[in-house]
Design a protein around this ligand. Structure first.
Ligand code: FAD
Length: 520
């Protein structure tokens, strides 16, 4: 059975036991990747429950070093998460008198036990959280539902929140998960149009604790948020740099959303593929840690577009379809959990013969491949924790096709660097670019990194920003210095020669992909 059905089974099996439970001293909301107070389904339901039961609401957030290791979460993302939690704690405690308890937990397997212990410690018989769709998380929650109901007398409510339309709601006529984005997207749009009130319902802001928790739970208010685990800690220089680029918190996320809609959305359709154009929203880190909900985004976009999903502003309509890609990949993850286990969506490519060339991999990671646009993008990633979407596709194609390196090495490297690292979107993006995933580009489509550079960074503005060695070159030389008359300047500046010949590499990739298909 799929993990979501394991969770659903646990909910229905324990329903009777859970119904009989009434509150003791508090209700708990467990924060995970939903670090916001606005439009947070579980938090809102927990607050209503606390009010009904006449007890205070308490929030908890557990930091697990092993969880970060298992997910390869980047230090940039850990840092953003922890800074966001600090802001959340201040907001909850100062504005709502709702305490937020934060703790560092060593072993990932101890999380369920620790949650139950905290419920006991705070006298809570009602625990709420939003679902995370990765396999381990779903299984953990299913286990916790049973343990809560059977052993601890706790009613644990787990709800869908991360997507506008929850996984499992959209199916083809044959009742299967869509394997192609466009028909899925049409169905997603139709669902929302037909049930706007349900899908775009914005959940009530939590109410102020009538029954102050201050006397009974004073310790929580005075407790501080722990620092990032040592292996994920940033230097002060890195911290300052990243915090300037990505100021933490849901207030920043909400104001970025408004700024995008006001200032950039009009040119999004035309300019979104140009990395130097600065016309995308730069919201992904906030969406990934849950500082902003998908419902709020889609609703705000619609309001700016005559109240419809595809109104007069084509920029907003195109942007909404990009938001939908994120959701498409989450739906795929729920239906095909094997993608969490290092398997490609297209199993035909399971045993493609990859090259394992560590010096090429290291040249790719450090931005020294001799292909300027690839190098600019990889250096942007290392410096900012972020990379423009067009460049993500180009560097992923370059790794898996030109270098014929296993796409999973790239997927893992991305997670270890990205401030917006999200398993489903990252895995989906890598599957798309390496032609091994759901709705991928055909395997014989291999991006030419020089043509992509000429098309999407015609004046080399993006390249010059990230590859200072090429500052004194102009188009056409800047796109491929050693072949376009810029070799001497590039050599003197220490810029490397190309590590592969694109045309040769393309032929090799096509042969290997064909071989894998033939073997299957
Ligand atoms: P905008 O263009 O403003 O889009 C708005 C939002 O829509 C984004 O913030 C994001 O949440 C979503 N979105 C946009 N494009 C995509 C897409 N193609 N797939 C899924 N969601 C999308 N996105 C992540 O959030 N986390 C990742 O780990 C991630 N890894 C990727 C790896 C590869 C190889 C590729 C090709 C794409 C990946 N993406 C990932 C998708 C995309 O590149 C980023 O979401 C986007 O660049 C973020 O910038 P933005 O917020 O300015 O996007």
């Amino acid at each position: 059975p799929r993990p979501l059905s394991i969770l659903e089974a646990a909910v229905s099996e324990t329903a009777t036991a859970r119904n009989e439970i009434s509150a003791k001293h508090s209700v708990i909301h467990w924060f995970k990747r939903d670090l916001r107070t606005h439009d947070n389904k579980s938090l809102s339901l927990a607050s209503q429950r606390a009010e009904r039961e006449g007890v205070p609401l308490i929030c908890v957030f557990l930091i697990s070093e092993q969880d970060y290791e298992a997910h390869l979460t980047s230090p940039a993302r850990v840092n953003l998460e922890i800074e966001t939690v600090k802001i959340l704690k201040a907001d909850l405690e100062e504005k709502l008198d709702v305490p937020l308890y934060v703790e560092l937990v060593g072993q990932r397997k101890d999380l369920p036990t620790r949650i139950i212990q905290l419920c006991e410690k705070f006298g809570a018989r009602h625990l709420f959280c939003n679902i995370e769709y990765e396999v381990d998380e779903l299984r953990r929650e299913a286990l916790l539902i049973r343990r809560c109901a059977d052993d601890a007398g706790i009613d644990f409510t787990v709800v869908h929140d991360a997507c506008v339309v929850q996984p499992g709601e959209l199916a083809t006529k044959q009742g299967k998960q869509y394997a192609v984005f466009t028909p899925w997207y049409k169905s997603w749009l139709a669902h929302i149009r037909n049930n706007e009130g349900e899908y775009l319902h914005i959940y009530e802001y939590p109410s102020r604790n009538h029954h102050s928790a201050k006397t009974k739970f004073k310790d929580i208010y005075v407790s501080s948020v722990p620092d990032a685990p040592a292996r994920k800690a940033l230097t002060n220089e890195e911290k300052n740099r990243l915090q300037e680029l990505w100021p933490a918190g849901e207030h920043e996320a909400l104001s970025r959303l408004q700024r995008f809609l006001d200032e950039k959305s009009g040119r999004y359709k035309v300019e979104r593929d140009f990395p130097a154009a600065d016309c995308t929203s730069l919201l992904s880190p906030y969406i990934a840690c849950g500082a902003l909900s998908a419902r709020t985004i889609v609703k705000s976009a619609m309001e700016r577009n005559d109240g419809s999903m595809d109104g007069r502003c084509s920029g907003i309509a195109t942007w909404t379809s990009e938001i939908a890609w994120r959701e498409f990949y989450k739906h795929v993850l729920v239906h095909c959990p094997y993608i969490c286990m290092d398997k490609p969506f297209k199993l035909d490519y399971s045993d493609l013969r990859w090259e394992y060339n560590s010096s090429n991999f290291s040249a790719w990671c450090t931005g020294k491949t001799g292909y300027p646009l690839v190098d600019a993008a990889m250096r942007q990633l290392r410096h900012t924790g972020y990379m423009h979407n067009r460049c993500r596709m180009i560097v992923a194609s370059f790794l898996s096709k030109d270098l014929l390196l296993d796409w999973r090495m790239g997927e893992r490297y991305f997670m270890s660097q990205l401030v917006d690292g999200d398993f489903a979107s990252n895995n989906g993006g890598w599957g798309f670019a390496s032609s091994t995933g759901v709705d991928p580009q055909p395997y014989f489509r291999v991006f030419n990194p020089v043509l992509q550079s000429e098309k999407f960074d015609p004046d080399g503005v993006y390249i010059k920003k990230w590859v200072p060695e090429l500052q004194n070159l102009y188009a056409p030389a800047i796109h491929f210095p050693y072949e376009r008359g810029g070799g001497e300047i590039a050599r003197r500046a220490g810029y490397p020669r190309p590590i592969v010949d694109h045309q040769e590499a393309r032929k090799r990739a096509l042969a290997r992909y064909r071989e894998a298909l033939g073997r299957y």
